[in-house]
Design a protein around this ligand. Structure first.
Ligand SMILES: Nc1ncnc2c1ncn2[C@@H]1O[C@H](COP(=O)(O)OP(=O)(O)O)[C@@H](O)[C@H]1O
Ligand SMILES: [Mg+2]
Length: 314
């Protein structure tokens, strides 16, 4: 019951999604939206929620404000069976919010970072780390307090004997100030997508990006959208095609669900090929329903959907 496996250190926010908006916002005017959804946002939280639904015992370390949005985030994570005892409520900060104005297939987002930018290495429950088998960090550029210490965090985590993974996510400042050469030797699985590889390495094609990262990465896993993913480990490259999805709704959170699937199998000690397959499968499943967690209601429903949509038994 008390088995501990995955610790996610990450950002937390709510998503306030406006749908069926009558036109575009203009300064000095007011327009109406016919639909609104308030839901658990943030890549790290989506990844943690889906991992827990995939039966990986998952705890979250993060920071919210001492406000009703913070309560909402905590309630949603608990509902998903994520352990929340390492989530602190800050009296000094508000909970982060992303307002998403949804127009058909495209969106305009505005994020208020709030508490997420103030999480630091001091919030990580270091003495408890030995109870976990894996540490995952995501959304590095949104977590300014973590970003500055990320090398030390991964070094220290390795001393506690846990395996580690990192998903950078997009850098809103587009400066890509992350010393991957120094940090990646302490990261077991590095999980960027194609655009992040190109931007981080200032490359014009993927092979150039791979060549720049490969000497420093233990295992480089690149998410390629509809083309699936590739993994590079010990000089070997494994290609894994995407699952053909005839029920595509949107790709919000696909990369986070990929991480949940991949890391579940990694923690279980499976091969790179098997991890990539599960990453692709959970990424594809994610795209069959709105948002990042809608397709991950329970393990039984995941199993049913995978059988129905992809004709696979898990
Ligand atoms: N249209 C799609 N059909 C099937 N699988 C998809 C589709 N879009 C994404 N995926 C799966 O989800 C994974 C992550 O999606 P991707 O868009 O590459 O990541 P990110 O969300 O980080 O940008 C992909 O590697 C792929 O396996
Ligand atoms: Mg991503």
């Amino acid at each position: 019951m008390d088995e501990k496996k995955l610790l996610v250190v990450g950002e937390l926010n709510i998503d306030l999604i406006l749908n069926s908006i009558h036109g575009f916002p203009e300064i000095g005017k007011e327009i109406l939206a016919d639909n609104m959804t308030v839901t658990l946002g943030s890549s790290s939280a989506i990844m943690a929620a889906n991992s827990a639904t995939l039966k990986v015992p998952t705890s979250f370390c993060g920071l919210v404000g001492n406000d009703s949005y913070g309560d909402f985030v905590l309630d949603e994570l608990r509902r998903k069976n994520v352990q929340t005892h390492y989530i602190r409520k800050s009296k000094k900060h508000q909970t982060g919010v992303t307002i998403i104005m949804n127009y058909h297939q495209d969106r305009a987002n505005v994020t208020f970072s709030g508490a997420m930018a103030s999480l630091t290495t001091a919030h990580i429950p270091w003495p408890d780390l030995k109870k976990y088998s894996h540490l995952h960090i995501s959304s590095l550029f949104l977590q300014k307090g973590i970003k500055n210490d990320v090398l030390q965090i991964f070094k220290k985590a390795k001393k506690f004997g846990v395996t580690t993974s990192l998903d950078l996510q997009w850098d809103p400042s587009e400066k890509w100030d992350f010393d991957f050469k120094k940090c990646l030797p302490f990261v077991d699985i590095f999980l960027p997508n194609r655009n992040e590889v190109l931007s981080l390495t200032k490359s014009t094609n993927l092979q150039e990006g791979i060549d720049k990262i490969k000497p420093f990465a233990n295992c480089l896993v690149i998410k390629l959208g509809e083309e699936g993913s590739i993994g590079i480990q010990s000089g070997e490259l494994v290609k894994s095609p995407a699952y053909n999805n005839t029920k595509f709704v949107d790709a919000i959170g696909a990369g986070d669900s990929f991480n949940s699937g991949f890391l579940k199998k990694y923690i279980e000690g499976e091969s790179l090929t098997e991890c990539l397959k599960w990453g692709n499968l959970m990424g594809a499943l994610n795209t069959t329903a709105a948002g990042g967690t809608e397709a991950f209601k329970s393990y039984d429903s995941i199993r049913k959907q995978v059988q129905e949509i992809f004709n696979l038994k898990i």
